[in-house]
Ligand binder design. Structure first.
Ligand code: BYC
Ligand code: FE
Ligand code: FE
Length: 472
């Protein structure tokens, strides 16, 4: 049994017996899910040096301790309320925000919360084998930090479902533990969350690009008129920053090591012969996860998105920075692709909300690519990584059903089949990556050959700190 204190929270859980009981009922199912579907081989005998949120202020937030993963204290935290907060966009602009779910928007809000909630456990499932292939204890700890926080994000959505959606909220909370990443019969809702993450290059690209979609979507949900949703997602955003840090620095460290190995090989040899990861392989994984994550923003023209905006459920990232929050008659130019040709057309801006958020996302990714290229530059390399065009490898929206190369030029079906493995990871690439990750590194301060050590440790600990320890 759990007590309110065992679930750290700032929602006065002990003062709400009905909710407390509902969560007490859900909690053992969650733990069972974590044991079955969470990090394989790291349930009972390992202690991990993780950060646990015990309150939303900076001190409570930076609380570090060793814990066994199933004993992590998954908490429920909402960012502090904003006094007299008003609806910031859409048809109800300027009215007070909602503390309860309006009946007419119940289905839409439930769907948004369920979709958001579904991604969180999905990512834990996708990453469950990585601990057995880790490049260092430092990285192993970062993987588990990300995993427990995604678990906490699931708790955050389950809290909303239980608190505001009655019986169907409870049912949805159960189903969040029943769908499974990659399962043929009951897959996760969004496609990127059914893709395997077998190796650490995939993991770093996922946390760079797919967690950044988390940032996009959480930013837009934090604008929501439903105040508890806004406050929950605002706090989740503070955790998201670390996930993207893990991805960005992970790839940067691989790049650094690749540059060293290229130099050792006299720039002529194959980096793979030295056990490193060659730049084309890195670019292919970048292409893969960036394009999958573009799909996560939905169709370019979407009546769902228009309705979310009109009803004040989901805004633009940084809505307050826009001049017009109603945009009833504004238009937005989108590049259509018809009869084999591109043609720019104006659509009602409210229908283009997914594309507007994608614009923000692409810009945020581009800044990250520039930082990666600085590593190549510092090592005197002329090679550069690039973001593929947003039409490349799309399965959602108006470019799906056509093929484009990474520069955005249309290619025929035949050419696509012939050339796609120049642009996307092949089975041979995956096999190579698995081969260099087959032996995990569990010795403090040691790093796999394909990745450089980080600049510094976690929470001012040294790099050779024992971030994960095995119980005697
Ligand atoms: N895969 O009207 P459209 C995170 C469906 S990541 C499969 O354009 P809409 C995290 C769509 O449901 C952030 N299906 O879509 C990261 C619709 O179906 P119906 C997660 C897709 O609704 C790392 C149809 O296609 N949060 O937190 O405007 C680790 C037409 O689509 C996909 C959210 O997603 C897809 N990719 O936009 C851990 C926020 N895309 O109606 C965690 C909540 C679309 O025809 N979700 N479809 O049956 C949303 O805001 C929206 O649902 C979406 C889609 C932006 C995802
Ligand atoms: Fe998350
Ligand atoms: Fe995340």
């Amino acid at each position: 049994m759990i007590s309110a204190e065992k679930i750290p929270n700032n929602v006065n859980l002990s003062g709400n017996k009905r909710l407390q009981r509902a969560l007490e009922h859900w909690q053992p199912k969650y733990i069972q899910w974590w044991r079955d579907m969470g990090p394989q081989g790291f349930q009972d005998y390992h202690q991990v040096y993780v950060r646990t949120a015990v309150s939303v202020d900076p001190e409570g937030w930076a609380h570090f301790e060793y814990v066994k993963l199933p004993e992590y204290r998954w908490g429920i935290f909402l960012a502090d309320p904003v006094h007299d907060r008003r609806i910031g966009f859409g048809d109800f602009f300027g009215q007070p925000v909602w503390q309860e779910v309006p009946g007419e928007f119940r289905n839409q809000l439930r769907r948004l919360i369920v979709t958001q909630g579904d991604t969180e456990p999905a990512s834990v499932e996708q990453q469950r084998l990585l601990g057995q292939r880790c490049p260092s204890l430092y990285d192993l700890r970062n993987l588990f930090q990300v995993n427990v926080e995604e678990g906490r994000h699931l708790w955050a959505m389950v809290y909303l479902l239980h608190s505001y959606f009655g019986r169907d909220g409870r049912d949805e909370a159960e189903e969040l533990l029943e769908r499974q990443s990659g399962n043929r019969d009951k897959p996760r809702i969004l496609q990127a969350f059914n893709e395997p993450i077998d190796n650490w290059l995939d993991f770093f690209m996922f946390t760079m690009f797919t967690d950044r979609d988390g940032k996009s979507q959480l930013m837009s949900l934090s604008e929501s008129s439903l105040d508890p949703l806004s406050r929950t997602t605002r706090f989740m955003l503070t955790e998201e920053a670390h996930h993207m840090f893990v991805g960005e620095t992970g790839v940067a460290r691989i790049l650094e090591r690749t540059c060293q190995l290229m130099k050792e090989a006299g720039f002529s040899g194959d980096v793979r012969k030295l056990g490193g990861i060659d730049l084309p392989t890195i670019q292919k994984h970048l292409n893969q996860w960036f394009s999958l994550s573009l799909d996560l923003h939905g169709g370019e023209v979407s009546s769902n998105a228009a309705s979310y905006f009109a009803n004040g459920l989901k805004g633009r990232a940084k809505e307050e920075t826009f001049g017009d929050h109603l945009i009833t008659n504004s238009h937005y130019s989108i590049e259509f692709f018809e009869n084999g040709k591109a043609a720019t057309k104006d659509v009602l801006m409210r229908h283009a909300m997914n594309e507007i958020l994608r614009d923000w996302y692409v810009g945020d990714c581009a800044a990250g690519i520039e930082r990666w290229n600085r590593v190549l530059e510092q090592h005197g390399m002329s090679d550069r990584l690039t973001l593929p065009d947003r039409k490349f490898n799309r399965n959602i929206g108006m470019y799906s059903g056509f093929h484009f190369d990474p520069h955005g030029a249309p290619v025929s079906n035949n050419d696509w089949e012939r050339r796609r493995l120049e642009w996307l990871p092949s089975v041979a690439d995956s096999e190579y990556l698995l081969s260099i990750m087959a032996t995990p590194i569990y010795e403090p301060g040691k790093f796999a050959n394909y990745i450089a050590p980080p600049r510094r440790g976690i929470n001012q600990q040294s790099i050779d700190f024992e971030y994960v320890r095995t119980e005697a």
